[in-house]
Design a binder for this molecule. Sequence first.
Ligand SMILES: Nc1ncnc2c1ncn2[C@@H]1O[C@H](COP(=O)(O)OP(=O)(O)OP(=O)(O)O)[C@@H](O)[C@H]1O
Length: 372
Amino acid sequence: MWINPRRLFDFRGTPTGPYDWSLTRIQLRGLTTAVAYATTFDNVTVIATESLSKRYPRVTALDRLSVDVGPGVTGLVGANGAGKSTLIKILLGLSPATEGRAEVLGLDVATQGGAIRERVGYMPEHDCLPPDVSATEFVVHMARMSGLPPAAARERTADTLRHVGLYEERYRPIGGYSTGMKQRVKLAQALVHDPQLVFLDEPTNGLDPVGRDEMLGLIRRIHTEFGISVLVTSHLLGELERTCDHVVVVDGGKLLRSSSTTDFTQTTTTLAIEVTDTDEHPDGTSAVREALHARGVETHDGSGLPGAGHILLLTAEGEETYDLVRDVVADLGLGLIRMEQRRHHIAEVFREEQTDGTDVQGVRKEAVGHGS
Ligand SMILES: Nc1ncnc2c1ncn2[C@@H]1O[C@H](COP(=O)(O)OP(=O)(O)OP(=O)(O)O)[C@@H](O)[C@H]1O
């Protein structure tokens, strides 16, 4: 009998007993295996596809897609129709590929779909919740469908709903929930059977900026607190850089780019500076710009960039640039709020690649949205 060692404990790390001793011994053996597993898991490929294609009569949804995804939080980004949902359905073993092969957690999607779905949670993109039942009833039902016994299903449901921030409202019918609450129910049912990996299809769809931030925080915690790997899709590049360790970009069913988020957001040689205003210099930014210009240093305005505000950008030539900025700001009697090397935002990397007309694989990118 295979026992998922993570089920020994609830989300707070409390043992989920009571168990009899013989079962505990089996579970402790499982836990030992889990510890060994956790120490080697970092080197494991969680998802691997090889020349994977899916052709519908009138459209090629996936076109010879080869990509490897490791543990952690991975963003799968692409415009509407790029093939993200199609890929997830193939990876779950729910839809056959036309060509190529894929493995999830080392299991073949063509022949081991059932075993994959035991270990993987799935949050679908579209609203698929029954309006007349409560979140508790629905998630308990999904837990029972995953094979949990009644008492464990109820306990896990309560823990999972609390984790996604739906505790007080859990006995109300889902039909009266807001979009954000419905998204949380969908997330809870994907997590309730304690999967090793979850596929989250557009979990921020329809959410306002606050709801989106909360959902992205929750997604990050799924990995950091519970060790569950995540594949999350979005059509917004920008929202993935704070959440994901790795980003895979698809367009027209083809792989556009697969890199760690830090590769996308490398440190640049651009220095960003922000200063205070004073009575003498009510526009401190302009005063600094003019003073630097008088010393032969050109700056440009960063206000069009995400989160930039009153920021001046200039190229750092070395230590001298830092000293010069410090002296100019001090001579003007202004306060220096920040002076830092900027990092790229993912969206800017794509904008730059688009500007010079080239990209990694010669695939068009206009369709990929740029989130804030
Ligand atoms: N069952 C189907 N029959 C025919 N065409 C399909 C089917 N499912 C998807 N497609 C088509 O395949 C392409 C990829 O669709 P897919 O849903 O995978 O994209 P997506 O990236 O998830 O976009 P979205 O976020 O809009 O769902 C689209 O052109 C879509 O119309």
